[in-house]
Design a protein around this ligand. Structure first.
Ligand SMILES: O=C(O)[C@@H](CO)OP(=O)(O)O
Length: 280
C-alpha cells in the first residue's frame, strides 16, 4: 500500500524533523447507494425488505462501476449490508472493475433503516392518508421512528432466518435515522475506521438512510440539516479523509457534503431531487 500525502506543510520556522511530523495521510473512501430496487420503482417503503434491483437499478450499478473505473479507483476490501440490492450493486461494480477477488464483508449493521409498520406501503398513498408533513417526519426526521411493525409481521427481522445469528435485542421493529446511525457507528468505529487507517482502500455499498447516517457523522451535519439531505441511487460518492477521519473538502462537492459525486453533477442533482419527490 502506498499512501498518498496531502503535502508537507513545511513552514520556514520549522526544523526538518518538525516538518516531518506535519505529514498528513489521506485516505480514500467510496460510498455508493444501491441502484434502483423494484420497490423503489413501485414507490414503496422498503427498509429491511429484501427486494432485488430493477432493470434500471442494474444499469445504474453498471454506470457507477464505469465512473469508478474511468476515474482510476481501486479497492482492497468491500463492505455491504445483508440485502440483495446493495450486494448485487457491489457485485456488479466489482465485476466491472475486475475486483471480484477482494474480500466482501456483509453486515446487518449496514442495512437500510427499518421502516417498521410502513414497510410495503406505497409512499404516495401514505401521504394521501396521513398528510405530507407526517410522512416527511417518518421519512426524514432525525429521531422520530415510524410506528413499529408487529411481533408476528413478516417484516420483523426476528422472524427472518437471515438474522438467526443476530441477538434479538439488536433487531429493530422500526428505526429512526438516529437509531440507524447508532447501530451503523458500532461497525464504523470497531472495524471500518481501523481498516481504513491501516491503508486499505474501502468501498461501502449500502442504502439511502445508512449512508445519510454516515455522511451526517463524517460532515458533522446537524439533525435539522440532515432532514433535507437525499442520496441518489448508484452514484459513487468519494470522500478523502485525513488521519482523524475528518473529510477534506472536494472540489465539486454538493453542500452540505464535502465528498464528491462522480459523473455529471446536473444529472446527480436531478436524481437527488427525484428521491425527495417520492412523496409530494
Ligand atoms: O424505502 C426505503 O427504505 C428508503 C430508501 O429507498 O426510502 P426513503 O428514501 O423514503 O427513506
Amino acid at each position: 500500500f502506498a499512501p498518498s500525502f496531502l503535502g508537507t506543510k513545511l513552514s520556514s520556522g520549522l526544523s526538518q524533523s518538525a516538518s516531518t511530523t506535519c505529514l498528513e495521510m489521506k485516505y480514500t473512501l467510496v460510498l455508493v447507494r444501491h441502484g434502483e430496487s423494484t420497490w423503489n420503482d413501485e414507490n414503496r417503503f422498503t427498509g429491511w425488505y429484501d427486494c432485488p434491483l430493477s432493470e434500471k437499478g442494474l444499469k445504474e450499478a453498471n454506470d457507477g462501476a464505469n465512473l469508478l473505473k474511468e476515474a482510476g479507483y481501486t479497492f482492497d476490501v468491500a463492505y455491504t449490508s445483508t440485502l440483495q440490492r446493495a450486494i448485487k450493486t457491489l457485485w456488479i461494480i466489482l465485476e466491472e472493475m475486475h475486483l471480484m477477488y477482494i474480500p466482501i464483508v456483509n453486515t446487518w449493521r449496514l442495512n437500510e433503516r427499518h421502516y417498521g409498520g410502513l414497510t410495503g406501503l406505497n409512499k404516495q398513498e401514505t401521504v394521501d392518508k396521513h398528510g405530507k408533513d407526517q410522512v416527511l417526519v417518518w421519512r426524514r426526521s432525525y429521531d422520530i421512528p415510524p410506528p413499529d411493525c408487529d411481533d408476528s409481521s413478516e417484516y420483523y427481522p426476528a422472524n427472518d432466518p437471515m438474522y438467526a445469528n443476530v441477538s434479538k435485542e439488536d433487531l429493530p421493529k422500526s428505526e429512526s435515522l438516529k437509531l440507524t446511525e447508532e447501530r451503523f457507528m458500532v461497525e464504523w468505529d470497531a472495524n471500518l475506521v481501523p481498516l481504513i487507517k491501516s491503508g486499505k482502500k474501502v468501498i461501502i455499498a449500502a442504502h439511502g438512510n445508512t449512508l445519510r447516517a454516515l455522511v451526517k457523522h463524517l460532515d458533522g451535519i446537524s439533525k435539522d440539516d440532515i432532514t433535507g439531505l437525499n442520496i441518489p441511487t448508484g452514484v459513487p460518492l468519494v470522500y478523502e479523509l485525513d488521519d482523524d477521519m475528518n473529510p477534506i473538502a472536494q472540489e465539486g462537492a454538493i453542500a452540505p457534503l464535502t465528498g464528491k459525486y462522480l459523473g455529471d453533477l446536473d444529472k446527480v442533482r436531478e436524481r437527488i431531487g427525484a428521491v425527495a419527490a417520492q412523496t409530494k
